[in-house]
Design a protein around this ligand. Sequence first.
Ligand code: GDP
Length: 458
Amino acid sequence: AAFSSLTDRLTGAFKNLRSKGKLTESDIDGTIREIRRALLDADVSLDVVRSFTARVRERALGAEVSEALNPAQQVVKIVNEELTNILGAGVDRPLNFAKNPPTVIMLAGLQGAGKTTLAGKLGYWLKDSGHTPLLVACDLQRPNAVTQLQVVGERADVPVFAPEPGVQTASSDVVSPGQATGDPVKVARESIEYAKRKLYDVVIIDTAGRLGVDEELMKQARDIRDAVNPNEVLFVIDAMIGQDAVNTAKAFDEGVDFTGVVLSKLDGDTRGGAALSVASVTGKPILFASTGEGLKDFEVFHPDRMASRILDMGDVLTLIEQAQRQFDEKQAREAMTKMSEGEFGLDDFIEQLEQVRKLGSMKKLLGMIPGMAQYRQQIDALDEREIDRTEAIIYSMTPEERRNPSIINGSRRARIAYGCGRTVTDVNNLLDRFEQAAKMMKRMSSGARGIPGVPGYG
Ligand code: GDP
């Protein structure tokens, strides 16, 4: 996961401090040296590392630590606060919406940074929050970029505004098959008119990128920006690009004067240095993080929460928010009713599994729980395909068997196992687990009327 080796190094550095009572200057310097090395190895920019360690050192040698009851804990708190600062505390803010719709959001960044993928995620997220977004294909350079956006839009169920493929315009005279042509500035301008007419309230404009920073690209982005006057220009940066992050961010900052940053690919085995440099280098807020190829692998960025995740102090707030967003309350209530009436069958069990799956990758969720770093090995070994296997077994049953698992005898078990390509033992295990779960749920739901034996609650 992102930052995992940084997390290990930092928590390791603190472990040595914790075994001490009072801290000497050399204890503190030793820890700071380790922090410094850990940050540099994570590809954090040298300038950022320097000012960060200087701030931490100054504070750690000051009164707040020497007078603290638990000096080591106080040092961790300082590192947490300073990490929050370099991640953009103070400049952080939510997405800026226009007073008069449509809100215009323009995406900029290098080719492969994750702009098109992000357009889909952002559209999906906005739609889920009650908006009516429109995606606009202004990357008319890369072959198939328009098609890619259309695929992403379809997946997110968000409409896409794009020039007709192969339509010749005044500004181009060569048309390759399947390749959209035309003037991206004109497309952008027309998309705003279209959004106004059709009452789309957010317009997300995907623009072209190059493999490296290039003046022609920057000019095109500026021209689009000036034509549509966006409420947000979001600079999308691949968290895996390492030390190049700082120069790329600076170039785009000068080139298009972006208003906010989106970190992409924060899920990869990335060292994450870009994430830790870009906010302090540009002074612009990080608004979102993209954490995978799926539509839902996307989150609002909070510097304080990210800092505590990096320090393995957990991010329970994001965990709760994601759960709330994904959880189908009506379905859950129906399941509760069925449980208390003893009618909970394997079909309901599948629905519960789907709820768990909706929460996204289990590994990612577990990473948000404080203190989980020490269990990383077990977490990495966790097999998410287990849900698929369980479902395959249940789908191999007849509707009657799912409703009433008690009829599943030996020969039925053999048939079910054969049907899904598992062993009878797998089927037995599933049925045992189901029975345990059903029993527990029944107990829990009857407990809702009072906890037996506990005074005042019975
Ligand atoms: P664009 O050129 O900036 O539009 O970049 P794309 O959206 O086409 O993304 C480039 C590649 O990175 C694609 O293969 C995406 O699937 C992948 N990608 C984008 N965002 C993420 C992310 O958050 N995590 C991972 N693992 N891959 C991503």
